[in-house]
Design a protein around this ligand. Structure first.
Ligand SMILES: *[C@@H]1O[C@H](CO)[C@@H](O)[C@H](O)[C@H]1NC(C)=O
Ligand SMILES: *[C@@H]1O[C@H](CO)[C@@H](O)[C@H](O)[C@H]1NC(C)=O
Ligand SMILES: *[C@@H]1O[C@H](CO)[C@@H](O)[C@H](O)[C@H]1NC(C)=O
Ligand SMILES: *[C@@H]1O[C@H](CO)[C@@H](O)[C@H](O)[C@H]1NC(C)=O
Ligand SMILES: *[C@@H]1O[C@H](CO)[C@@H](O)[C@H](O)[C@H]1NC(C)=O
Ligand SMILES: *[C@@H]1O[C@H](CO)[C@@H](O)[C@H](O)[C@H]1NC(C)=O
Ligand SMILES: *[C@@H]1O[C@H](CO)[C@@H](O)[C@H](O)[C@H]1NC(C)=O
Length: 350
């Protein structure tokens, strides 16, 4: 009698254990698939980040690696470095610090044709990648002299619908461009501040952009690569630029009305900053990054003290730029400070 009772208890226990195991199994598998779903559709995986550089400017990559480019190669899965000639890099170690390297085969000066050739490659890369990965929603392209707050970028993009036509960036001119014989005008997002395109817009742009035709079209229209993309988007496709002047910043902005006066909240929320040898130097990139990291860790008070100190120091110790040049690119030796400021002035950039 007593034995039978014991056996009964044992059986009950076994059944309960079995039931618990079965339910645990289901809970675990649903959890894992949920997590997988969450993982495969994160905004990071849906966004392609492109950085344009040149072997002339290999020094600049150090600053990117010391700041916003993750040093862990696994965290660079969606980041692509596009450059002109890999074999001309004297510092191979720096190239090995990037997971995805694309060689463009474009001519290696800095003229309109070459820049448009690089632009065509950027789009082609997105189109190639989207054939392998149908989840891609955004393509954002930056220059090698920019700071990108990736967290802010992803957070911003995750809130908007990539099935809609989005052309996002910052205008650098305060007037609209005219098209001969047409009454409509257009504007464009300056490449120096970074630009993002939604999947829907990228699909619409596709018939107009390839390596063979784009450089010739830029020359034919007499405009730069970023202006030509604005022409295609705003004038041909009738899609308006979403100009985010508070969030995207380029090196074309006047120092005295921009960076020097950004407060800590501004620094915290902006998506890109532009750097240049004659204002906020590239060597500031790692410092800006550390200040932003401090804010992210909840140490905004400390970050603010540092930021104010740096701003004041910079104001009180202006560099003597006479006969100086941009040493981060070997191709810029001949460009003097005077010539550069002249160029900025005649371009009416703000
Ligand atoms: C890169 O430079 C090397 C050496 O100057 C040259 O032989 C090669 O053709 C160039 N490659 C490209 C893709 O331009
Ligand atoms: C895109 O794919 C084509 C065909 O495979 C290839 O020739 C081209 O180099 C690729 N372009 C880029 C930028 O990856
Ligand atoms: C995104 O936009 C597309 C096209 O306008 C629309 O069909 C879709 O419902 C939108 N999705 C969301 C989540 O709003
Ligand atoms: C051009 O557009 C303006 C308003 O945008 C309009 O007043 C003007 O009549 C137009 N001119 C022609 C020739 O269509
Ligand atoms: C490139 O684009 C132009 C204009 O959209 C088109 O006429 C041409 O056939 C395209 N070339 C290639 C190789 O796709
Ligand atoms: C461009 O789009 C606007 C609405 O966004 C519309 O009112 C206008 O008629 C369109 N123009 C052309 C030429 O398609
Ligand atoms: C800046 O440097 C130049 C020589 O490179 C010198 O002639 C000039 O006096 C300096 N100006 C100032 C304000 O120190």
């Amino acid at each position: 009698m007593f034995r039978r009772w014991n056996r009964f208890i044992l059986r009950c226990r076994l059944i309960v254990i079995l039931l618990i195991s079965i339910s645990m199994f289901f809970i675990l598998t649903t959890l894992i698939t949920e997590q997988k779903k969450l993982f495969t559709s994160t905004i990071v995986d849906r966004t392609i980040i492109l950085i344009r550089t040149s072997y002339h400017c290999q020094l600049r990559l150090n600053y990117l690696l010391q700041s916003w480019i993750p040093s862990n190669l696994f965290q660079q899965s969606n980041i692509y470095l596009l450059t002109d000639n890999i074999s001309k890099y004297t510092n191979k170690k720096i190239l090995n610090s990037f997971k995805n390297l694309i060689e463009t085969n474009c001519p290696q000066t800095h003229n309109r044709f070459d820049l448009c050739c690089k632009t065509a490659h950027e789009f082609e890369l997105f189109y190639n990648l989207s054939e392998i990965n149908s989840n891609l929603d955004w393509m954002c392209r930056f220059d090698d002299d920019q700071y990108v707050n990736l967290n802010n970028l992803y957070q911003f993009l995750s809130q908007i619908n990539s099935s809609k036509l989005y052309y996002i960036g910052r205008t650098s001119i305060d007037y609209r461009l005219k098209v001969p014989k047409h009454n409509r005008t257009y504007t464009f997002a300056t490449y120096g501040a970074g630009v993002c395109f939604s999947r829907a817009l990228l699909e619409k742009l596709r018939p107009y952009i390839n390596k063979t035709n784009l450089p010739h079209e830029c020359i034919k229209h007499g405009i730069s690569d970023d202006a030509y993309i604005g022409y295609l988007t705003e004038f041909i496709l009738n899609v308006s630029l979403t100009s985010l002047r508070e969030l995207f910043h380029s090196h074309l902005e006047k120092l005295d009305i921009s960076f020097r006066y950004f407060n800590i909240n501004y620094l915290q929320h902006a998506i890109t900053f532009g750097f240049a040898w004659d204002r906020y130097k590239l060597s500031w990139l790692p410092i800006i990054h550390q200040i932003i990291q401090l804010i992210n860790k909840g140490e905004k008070y400390t970050a603010n003290i540092l930021w104010i100190f740096l701003q004041n120091y910079e104001k009180e110790h202006p560099d003597n730029l006479t006969n100086q040049y941009d040493q981060s690119c070997t191709s810029y030796k001949q460009k003097s400070y005077e010539k550069n400021t002249f160029k900025i002035r005649i371009n009416k950039t703000i």
